[in-house]
Design a protein around this ligand. Structure first.
Ligand SMILES: C[S@@+](CC[C@H](N)C(=O)[O-])C[C@H]1O[C@@H](n2cnc3c(N)ncnc32)[C@H](O)[C@@H]1O
Length: 277
């Protein structure tokens, strides 16, 4: 999977096209062998796992064995720290407060999660992921950061129906670098169900790999969508949806969309709970 890039977004590239691949190989000859090795491994895993979640879980198992921080997309520990800080700073600026209840979809090894756990009141953080391997790495992060007393929930999931979670519960739901690894049916499953677990005034932020050209995917690992596709999908499920321009100012390769049940939550920058006296 591509690491969280600091370079400007390349919005018209079609990384699945042969011409793009040849051009890329000529510009980066050192990356050809690692790419071929990854493609070979992915082809094998693809044969074993027809369904996307099973396939991606196997990719995560293989990547996490090598290095959990690289598995969530950070090339170095410094980048891992910086990417967690970026997620954290953004939500703090958007009003995340200790009393809020937060669901972190695809929480990985708590790159952003440990900072949220530290900030939120005890028990108010809920992280879910499809990968048992990365959740074990998450527990290690929790231990290293000495956050046991915060009693976060860390739970494995096989789908994004969120059926085991209560209705009207979460003020903030977050999915960072998850839909960039998800086919449209997985994203739709999440958008079809996320409204039920959001509070009426809460919001759900997710990042995605944006293209302004042809939608495409690479190795069933990286998926590129047009903004309108995802906005329309959210609206189809009765949600309000908005492209987050202020995220574009951050040095991150992906874009961000916010969805909510109420128009106010996407128009204002704070969960409406903050508006209470
Ligand atoms: C690139 S990592 C990002 C992890 C974390 N959000 C962060 O920013 O560090 C993507 C994570 O999403 C998880 N994931 C992928 N597809 C998922 C799905 N459909 N449901 C839940 N988690 C998923 C992966 O197992 C992985 O831990």
């Amino acid at each position: 999977m591509p690491a969280d890039a600091t370079s400007p977004k390349k919005l018209r590239n079609n990384r699945a096209a042969l011409t793009h691949k040849i051009g890329y190989a000529v510009r980066h000859p050192g990356r050809v062998v690692p790419y071929l090795s990854r493609a070979g491994r992915d082809a094998w895993l693809s044969l074993k796992h027809r369904d996307h979640v099973g396939y991606y879980r196997a990719v995560m198992a293989s990547d996490t064995r090598r290095n959990p921080e690289v598995a969530v997309g950070s090339r170095s520990h410094d980048r891992w720290l910086a990417l967690g800080q970026m997620q954290f700073d953004y939500l703090i600026e958007h009003g995340l407060r200790p009393e809020h209840r937060m669901l972190d979809i695809g929480c990985g090894n708590l790159r952003g999660g440990w900072r949220f756990i530290n900030h939120l009141d005890t028990g108010n953080y809920y992280g879910i992921d499809i990968s048992p391997d990365i959740l074990m790495a998450a527990k290690k992060t929790l231990t290293e950061r000495e956050l046991q007393a915060k009693l976060p929930h860390l739970t494995i999931t096989g789908d994004l129906t969120l059926d085991f979670l209560p209705s009207d519960h979460f003020d903030v739901i977050h999915a960072h670098s998850v839909f960039s690894h998800s086919p449209l049916d997985v994203i739709e499953e999440c958008l079809a169900h996320v409204g039920r677990v959001l509070t009426p005034t809460g919001f759900f932020d997710f990042t995605f790999d944006r293209t302004e050209g042809t939608e495409h995917q690479v190795l069933r690992e990286d998926f590129y969508y047009r903004t309108e596709t995802l906005l329309a999908l959210a609206r189809k499920h009765g949600l309000h949806a908005r492209f987050m321009e202020d995220w574009e100012e951050r040095p991150h390769g992906q874009s961000k969309i916010r969805v909510s049940r109420s128009p106010l939550a996407v128009e204002s920058v704070r969960p409406a709970r903050d508006a209470r006296p």
